[in-house]
Design a protein around this ligand. Structure first.
Ligand SMILES: Cc1cc2nc3c(=O)[nH]c(=O)nc-3n(C[C@H](O)[C@H](O)[C@H](O)COP(=O)(O)OP(=O)(O)OC[C@H]3O[C@@H](n4cnc5c(N)ncnc54)[C@H](O)[C@@H]3O)c2cc1C
Length: 404
């Protein structure tokens, strides 16, 4: 593991800083959180700028428009972008952070050629259609059915908690192609679903923070070409694990940098308003500082491991990161609320942008221990795959390999 920049990495960092300093002032202000067309336009514009400058898909193969850089350079990019206050991936989250990497690892050359460059240019937005009303942690219990009809699958079912579905062009969709009463981890297939296919219905869902970032997706006789299948029929569970490895392994990396920056602001605020006199507040801030430093080191370790693995896919260490980061992130918002006192209860709809209002951030942080697999499920995965503890009993409803 290399913790310090090499000379090439240092040069890369300097060039990037220069580009960010010149480019960020040219951006419009971020749109409000529920103006989805404006958010799509804003996030796509940022992605297009990155693409033109050669910073899109840094560690993706150059044959598909990426830069072919090492994962370590990718980390440098995320770190510097966050420190400079650059926009986050936003509605490009699924495409850039896990659908795209899954396609690179598992798709056919035609599928890659079709989608990877478009994702990198910011022309194609993706969403994730995995969870169902009765299949969240126990994802393998999914029931959305895909029946073969010639060179199409005909899909019927319901998906839930589909983030950014309203602005998505494509969906990474898990369906059941095997018999409903067969072994549940077999008979699952990973499909690319164009969101404008007839039969795809969306019902927006409101979060506690007042945002409509989720939808319920109702699929009625949706015809998806067999050519849109990624991997073999029935091999979708394995491919979904590849998707999760990217989602948990590198999906939250920028947020560690954000959290470290926010902690410095909280400490400064505590000094200003005298809450710093409280030794418990000081102790909690110090513990979080140590925790985020350790998490950043863990990110580097996980990335370094993926860099040296044959397939480039992060290992189960990504679950350790996901578990600790999501819990530390919630502690950060708790300390912030105590330091701000009654102010922390203010909720100003006008200020409530994606990354702004602290009370909104606190509500949003509740989602971290649920999204991309809950903390309990990450503990199961760590227990089984890293510590070698016995698997959960395989009674009906139990989850394989620790679940989602
Ligand atoms: C911000 C956010 C964004 C999301 N975006 C998407 C998306 O775009 N696409 C998508 O498909 N899904 C998405 N999800 C859904 C997410 O993946 C699920 O919420 C998650 O997998 C948990 O499933 P569930 O909500 O059905 O809870 P359940 O699985 O019903 O779990 C309920 C509780 O039981 C616990 N539990 C369940 N099984 C076990 C077990 N075996 N051992 C111990 N405890 C267990 C859980 O930890 C949890 O506390 C998103 C969720 C959030 C919060």
């Amino acid at each position: 593991m290399q913790l310090r920049d090499t000379r090439d990495q240092q040069r890369f960092r300097e060039e990037l800083r220069t580009w960010l300093r010149a480019t960020l002032p040219t951006l419009d202000p971020q749109p409000s959180q529920d103006d989805w067309p404006a958010r799509r336009a804003y996030d796509s514009h940022w992605q297009a700028l990155l693409h033109q400058a050669g910073y899109a898909g840094l560690n993706w193969p150059s044959a598909y428009g990426g830069r072919g850089a090492t994962p370590t350079e990718h980390l440098i990019f995320l770190e510097e972008s966050e420190l400079a206050g650059a926009p986050y991936v936003g509605v490009n989250f699924v495409g850039l952070l896990h659908a795209g990497p899954t396609l690179i690892a598992e798709a056919t050359p035609e599928q890659r050629e079709r989608h990877i460059p478009a994702i990198l240019r910011g022309d194609e937005i993706w969403c994730q259609g995995f969870s169902e009303p009765d299949a969240g942690s126990d994802l393998a219990a999914l029931r959305t059915r895909a029946a073969r009809d010639g060179d199409h699958y005909v899909v019927n079912g319901r998906k839930i908690w589909t983030s950014h579905a309203e602005v998505a062009d494509y969906c990474e969709l898990l369906v059941r192609t095997g018999p409903p009463d067969g072994p549940k981890h077999q008979g699952i297939t990973w499909l690319i679903m164009p969101m404008d296919t007839p039969g795809v219905g969306l019902r927006p869902l409101m979060t506690a923070g007042g945002s409509t970032e989720f939808s319920e997706m109702i699929l009625e006789d949706v015809r998806i070409p067999v050519a849109n299948r990624v991997g073999e029929e029935g091999d979708g569970w394995r491919i979904a694990m590849v998707t999760f490895a990217f989602e948990r392994g590198t999906g939250f990396v920028s947020e560690v940098v954000w959290a470290r920056r926010r902690l410095v602001e909280i400490a400064a605020l505590a000094r200003e308003n005298a809450t710093w006199e409280d030794s418990d507040i000081r102790r909690r801030i110090a513990r979080l500082a140590a925790e985020f430093d350790a998490l950043w080191a863990l990110v580097k370790r996980n990335v370094s491991e993926a860099e040296h693995s044959a397939d480039g896919v992060p290992g189960p260490g990504s679950s350790v990161f996901k578990l600790r980061f999501s819990e530390a992130r919630q502690h950060l918002d708790d300390v912030h609320a105590e330091v701000r006192g009654r102010d922390a209860l203010a909720f100003d709809d006008d200020l409530c942008t994606y990354d702004g209002e602290p009370s909104y951030e606190r509500l949003r942080s509740l989602a971290y221990t649920i999204a991309a697999g809950t903390s309990q499920v990450q503990r199961n995965i760590i227990g089984e795959r890293i510590l070698g503890l016995p698997k959960e009993p395989s009674a009906a409803g139990a989850t394989k390999g620790g679940g989602r």
